[in-house]
Design a binder for this molecule. Structure first.
Ligand code: DAH
Length: 344
């Protein structure tokens, strides 16, 4: 290759720039591109001729040709962007071969869906929703709930202490105390919230979980009120055919205390693998408010009565949807989470 060819190439490039400057439409742009960079263009010829050159010439000309070719491509790209975005060609040009852009629609977390379903059932029964802090003092989390200092639930093993006297709440029951301090009886409240315990992280335990606390205070409240309210809740939430059972139990803040079971929805109470062959599934703790608890907030135990209950939202979600491992709720596996999309 020689000077003449070099001249030709330079003229070629300036012709290209001149033609490009006149371009006003995408069609014209494509024509210029074909004319100057297509297989039958001078550039195409030059590139074909490269093959017959000596290695030394090949190196020099190859470099030169590539340089001009990429400048031309760069100019074409700039012109294309100008046409599309500044001259507004894009509105008259739709590339139907482009794949569609999928809109990503999020979904609510199953635990929050169930939390809200539970809360709305209680709201429809006249309960108001209250909340409390996740960092609680010893007083609210334990002492006011009649949990004496030597009680096992105060053990370091079970609680996350932040400093002496302050911890991450281990249950939503401190919400009872706060509600009583804030409100004047009669009232009905539900208190949802996150709770924390130094538990193993296994199929049924998680160091962070959700509870919903319930509290009703009025001049005359009995176990009958508790049973009736819980039965209405269970049938609305799990289904009309489900049975409710109260088993005697112990909590420091209630007397009498009970654990509430719902009949197994898989075997209808006959006994199967999912209910451990008992026919029943435990769903909450409950009872009548202990007079000591009323005394801690300055209520007269002679004047008021109350019932309270507390349930684990993860546990109830697992029972409702047959989720067998609590860790699923914290995995952030979109395939798992998306299954609950339709529920809200
Ligand atoms: N706070 C209890 C727990 O975390 C649950 C509970 C039991 C709450 C009985 C109550 C109740 O309000 O009356 O295990």
């Amino acid at each position: 290759m020689d000077d003449k060819k070099m001249e030709m190439l330079e003229k070629y490039f300036s012709d290209f720039q001149e033609s490009l400057a006149k371009v006003e439409t995408l069609d014209e742009l494509n024509r210029v591109k074909g004319q100057y960079l297509g297989r039958k263009s001078l550039m195409g010829d030059f590139l074909t001729q490269l093959r017959s050159l000596s290695p030394e010439e090949k190196r020099i000309w190859g470099q030169k040709l590539n340089e001009i070719k990429s400048r031309m491509e760069e100019d074409l790209k700039k012109k294309y962007e100008w046409l599309m975005f500044e001259k507004g060609e894009s509105s008259s040009f739709i590339d139907v071969t482009l794949p569609g852009r999928k809109q990503w629609v999020g979904s609510f977390h199953p635990v929050l869906i169930v939390r809200d379903q539970i809360l709305s059932i209680f709201q429809s029964l006249g309960f108001r929703i209250e909340s409390g802090p996740e960092i609680e003092s010893d007083f609210y989390n334990f002492e006011a709930l009649n949990i004496p200092p030597d009680h096992p639930t105060r053990d370091d093993q079970d609680s996350f202490y932040l400093s002496p006297g302050w911890l991450l709440r281990t249950h939503t029951s401190p919400g009872q105390i706060r509600a009583m301090q804030k409100l004047t009886p009669p009232f009905k409240v539900v208190v949802p919230g996150r709770c924390y315990r130094r538990d193993a992280f296994d199929a049924t335990h998680s160091p962070m979980f959700h509870q919903i606390e319930g509290l009703v205070v009025a001049p005359s409240i009995s176990m009958g009120d508790l049973k009736g309210t819980v039965a209405i809740f269970v049938r609305r939430f799990f289904g009309l055919h489900r049975q409710v059972r109260f088993r005697p139990s112990y909590f420091p803040f209630t007397e009498p205390s009970a654990e509430v079971d719902v009949s197994c929805g898989v075997c209808q109470g006959k006994g199967c693998r999912s209910c451990g062959y008992s026919g029943w599934l435990e769903i909450m703790g409950a009872g009548l408010v202990h007079p000591q608890v009323f005394a801690k907030v300055g209520y007269d135990p002679e004047q008021v009565r109350g019932f309270a209950f507390g349930m684990g939202v993860e546990r109830i979600t697992m029972l409702k949807f047959g989720v067998t491992d609590i860790r699923w709720f914290l995995e952030n596996d979109v395939n798992f989470l998306e299954q609950f999309k339709a529920l809200r």
